[in-house]
Design a protein around this ligand. Structure first.
Ligand code: GLC
Ligand code: CA
Length: 543
């Protein structure tokens, strides 16, 4: 496998609205990010994935773009963006931009012009269909944000498609003009010196709507090959696709080097395990064995072809420590355990802002506290369909996207030091105990542990390229695996439970053990009866 700069890189995701506010309007912004570059550089990350900062009416917090080549005024100016790129570059940090091209905002110029008449040259930039004879929508296709995916446009007498909110009309990827526009825009950003693209819901662009196909449509991979050739293909950039329905075989289609599509994709199989019947509003307990099986499968299937991205959470998902660890008594310990397991697998690790200090879900108890369009839409859809208020509030607390979007907790100052004004969304009240200032000051903190793990990856090629072999596969509380190459063997052991467990690792007896990183004080002198305290984790070198 040819080595790439993004193989041993660690990516840090910033959700700009919630990261740092520089001017007291309560909304995070580009200059806020600039003021935290030293913090990020100290942590040791190589890449920032910047969620959208483009001009937008913010129906979906920027995932509804009205001008791809302008910055939203609440986030700053293009000069601020250029300064951010330059200052990041000085610190060896690359910036990956969020590319949202399945849809635009309905306030984008193209859509505005498309709405003028059926003969508008922009009409075909979007997906329009006639009503059925009885006036109803062209199909019963549902929007991912609830309700119909079709919106009636009275002035021109047709429906348009929106797989997300009705303020996010889908672009028509069957129109070559759309390809040209998007490629030109991408090249404009590439020329600015960005580090790559995270491609939002990219598996939807090959859709064949009249056949009811949305994800993984037949034209998806040809479109990506074409995009690769026309834009980033010869530029050595990091490209990562958001692909909710990817299986390992599909992931190889995107990320096999010789196919010249993307560097890697985000797959969600391990995430949706806790969604009953694929419905995030019916949260279920984690089945660790199933979780291990899924992650192991991805590690093994992509070992020679393709590349994995590694993540526990992002701006759409609950906080990792709340979902997969224990955000109460064992918050620090379990946050470190999760980090250990993630950062030692093969692939590129992604850290979501605040994960590095063990930020938790928020527990809003009133609907009015939620801001997210998806949460608010589904509250309505579900309660109208008979789900009780309490059940839905529980589902929102478990899986609502605002868990990830409460402001970054910088200090114990008012509003967690995020803003001097009124934050656009409430701060998690636990900021007094959970904040970067405190974490940076303590050697025992989650923050310092992340720093150690990031450095460990840089120092040990075996973590980047070594083989992955599962250990204790049938255990329902402990996740263990080996990373190995011709010269080095590293054993990762992690207790995913709040109980003490004893495991038999006598298969490794005979090796001398050096503990590289650990979140407790695991006594490794007797491998046949290795005692693990709650959420214990360690990276052990077998010599
Ligand atoms: C992706 C984004 C999400 C957004 C949606 C529509 O899933 O991660 O935040 O709402 O696409 O753009
Ligand atoms: Ca601001």
């Amino acid at each position: 496998m040819e080595q790439k700069w993004w193989h041993d890189s660690v990516v840090y995701q910033i959700y700009p609205r919630s990261f740092c506010d520089s001017n007291g309007d309560g909304i995070g912004d580009l200059n806020g990010i600039r003021s935290k570059l030293d913090y990020l550089s100290e942590l040791g990350i190589d890449v920032i994935w910047l969620s959208p900062v483009y001009q937008s009416p913010m129906d979906d917090n920027g995932y509804d773009i009205s001008d791809y080549q302008a910055i939203a005024p609440e986030f700053g100016t293009m000069e601020d963006m250029d300064a951010l790129l330059a200052e990041a570059r000085e610190r060896g940090i690359r910036i990956v931009m969020d590319l949202v091209v399945n849809h635009t905002s309905d306030e984008h110029d193209w859509f505005q012009k498309a709405c003028e008449s059926k003969d508008s040259p922009y009409r075909d930039y979007y997906v329009w269909r006639d009503a059925q004879p009885d006036g109803s929508a062209p199909s019963d296709l549902g929007s991912i944000f609830g309700g119909s995916a079709w919106e009636w446009h009275e002035p021109t007498g047709q429906y348009y498609l929106h797989l997300f909110s009705k303020k996010q009309p889908d672009l028509n990827w069957e129109n070559p003009k759309v390809h040209e526009e998007v490629h030109t825009m991408m090249n404009w950003w590439i020329d600015k010196g960005i580090g790559g693209f995270r491609l939002d819901v990219i598996d939807l662009i090959g859709k064949e709507i009249d056949k009811g196909i949305t994800g993984n449509g037949p034209r998806l991979h040809p479109l990506l090959k074409q995009m690769n050739r026309a834009t980033f293909g010869d530029k050595d950039l990091l490209t990562v696709g958001e692909t909710w329905e990817a299986t390992p075989d599909i992931a190889k289609l995107y990320s096999a080097e010789e196919r010249e599509e993307l560097s890697m994709v985000f797959q969600f199989e391990h995430i949706t395990l806790t969604w009953r019947d694929g419905d995030k509003w019916q949260p279920e307990e984690l089945d660790l064995k199933a979780f291990k099986q899924v992650l192991t499968k991805w590690q093994l299937e992509l070992k020679e072809t393709g590349w994995n991205s590694l993540f526990w959470n992002n701006h759409d998902l609950p906080r990792a420590v709340s979902k997969y660890g224990d955000d109460g008594q064992y918050r620090i310990k379990s946050a470190k355990m999760l980090a250990t397991v993630l950062h030692c697998m093969k692939g590129t690790p992604y850290i979501y802002q605040g994960e590095e200090i063990g930020m938790t879900n928020v527990q809003f108890d009133r609907l009015e506290q939620y801001q997210d369009i998806e949460s608010l839409n589904f509250y309505k859809v579900k309660t109208e369909a008979g789900v009780s208020h309490d059940e839905m509030m529980h589902a929102l607390a478990e899986n609502g996207r605002d868990n990830a979007r409460t402001p970054m907790q910088w200090s114990a100052a008012p509003h967690a030091g995020f803003t001097t004004g009124q934050p656009w969304i409430e701060v998690n009240p636990n900021y007094i105990d959970v904040n970067t200032e405190q974490d940076m000051a303590s050697n025992e903190s989650v923050y310092h542990y992340y720093k150690e793990l990031i450095a460990l990856r840089k120092q040990n090629k075996v973590i980047v390229y070594g083989e992955f072999t599962p250990v204790l596969e049938q255990h329902d509380k402990v996740f263990a695996y080996l990373r190995h190459d011709d010269s080095t063997r590293i054993l990762v052991v992690a207790n995913f439970s709040g109980e003490s467990v004893t495991v038999d690792l006598s298969q490794f007896e005979g090796f001398d053990i050096e503990t590289l990183v650990s979140n407790g004080d695991m006594n490794t002198s007797k491998l046949s009866e290795l005692d693990l305290q709650p959420y214990d984790a360690a990276v052990l070198k077998l010599i």
